[in-house]
Design a binder for this molecule. Structure first.
Ligand SMILES: Nc1nc2c(ncn2[C@@H]2O[C@H](COP(=O)(O)OP(=O)(O)OP(=O)(O)O)[C@@H](O)[C@H]2O)c(=O)[nH]1
Length: 317
């Protein structure tokens, strides 16, 4: 491992540790109470644990899955001490994350022969979509890729201006039209411009209003259809951005967006400053869509490529 990689990893770990601080301390405080005065994992402890997981925003279904797996271990091993619970939870959670997140670092890679690689970013207003696009543009640019941004969230002028701010900050070109123009037309122009410039990656911002599922579906389908006139297999990625600090709301949004379009990647933002970090585990398990990025702060560097081992390590160490 190079020195750079080692330094980088250490910094990444520190940021991740800090980002998960609140979720972690709240979880272990609850877990401590759940096993207080108990030396073995029995029905009471399992009931308490269920409550801990649900109130940590892991979600009911994933919680039941974890509890069931621990019950199986209790049945098999006959005796399970509460001091082993941490380790067992860690293994079960790592196992769940492995089922939906393949590979080590799960960034959106740009495969050879896929140029431009088009990432359509969806999610409701305020979840951190624009910020995530800016951070992502910065990461690709730092790797030497040519990036183009498309401001297809034409519903609000502020959304276009905000993306422009990120384009300026990261020094990447942006394609924009006036507020109220057709998002599909902006997406089309963006792809054409990207093809002309021989760009490697295009990141398209969309409005994603959840006023009505049919409208959302129609809008996203139209954007896709129009983009495919320029790049037949676009978008290769549909990245759904969810605000981790909204806990169960994030589940609801994931449900709506996955019903409206084919989401194949998730970014969970604002994990810093929230105790709801368990949402990452539940969402990736329930939707079987890999979490590719997590947002752990407002700064340009605060978008981490999600790594299930690092996540579990940071949470349990
Ligand atoms: N603490 C923290 N704040 C974040 C993170 N990601 C985004 N934010 C903040 O969340 C707020 C909303 O982010 P935006 O990127 O504007 O969200 P958006 O989804 O594009 O919303 P609209 O611009 O309203 O469409 C901003 O103040 C961001 O700085 C994160 O990972 N951590």
């Amino acid at each position: 491992m190079s020195v750079f990689k080692r330094i980088f990893s250490k910094e990444k770990k520190q940021t991740l540790d800090k980002g998960l601080e609140k979720s972690k301390s709240s979880f272990f405080e609850k877990l401590g109470k759940a096993v207080a005065g108990k030396s073995k994992v029995d029905d009471d402890v399992l009931d308490n644990l269920e409550e801990v997981l649900v109130t940590s925003d892991v979600g009911v279904n994933t919680t039941l899955k974890i509890i069931e797996r621990i019950e199986e271990r209790v049945a098999r091993d006959k005796y399970l001490g509460t001091e082993e619970l941490n380790q067992i939870l860690r293994e079960e959670i790592a196992g769940l994350l492995s089922e939906s997140n393949t590979g080590e670092d799960s960034e959106i890679a740009l495969p050879e022969g896929s140029r431009p690689h088009v990432i359509m970013v969806v999610g409701v207003n305020g979840v951190g979509k624009t910020t995530t696009i800016g951070k992502l543009a910065n990461q690709y640019k730092a790797k030497g890729y040519k990036v183009v941004l498309g401001a297809a969230d034409t519903f609000r002028a502020a959304a276009i201006d905000q993306l422009q701010v990120w384009a300026d900050r990261t020094d990447v070109p942006i394609v924009r039209q006036d507020m109220g123009s057709d998002p599909a037309s902006v997406a089309f122009d963006t792809l054409q411009s990207a093809v002309n410039q021989q760009a490697d990656v295009v990141i398209i911002d969309t409005a994603g209003r959840l006023h009505n599922k049919v409208n959302l579906m129609n809008e996203l389908t139209k954007i896709k259809r129009v983009m495919q006139k320029v790049v037949p297999d676009a978008p290769q990625e549909v990245l759904l951005v969810l605000d981790g600090s909204t806990g169960q709301n994030a589940f609801e949004q994931a449900k709506q967006f996955t019903a409206a379009t084919e989401v194949n990647a998730l970014a969970v933002t604002k994990l810093d400053g929230t105790a709801k970090g368990g949402v990452v585990i539940g969402i990736s398990d329930q939707f079987q869509i890999p979490v590719k990025y997590i947002g752990v702060g407002e700064g340009i560097e605060d978008l981490q490529v999600f790594n299930k081992h690092e996540f579990v390590d940071s949470f349990f160490n």
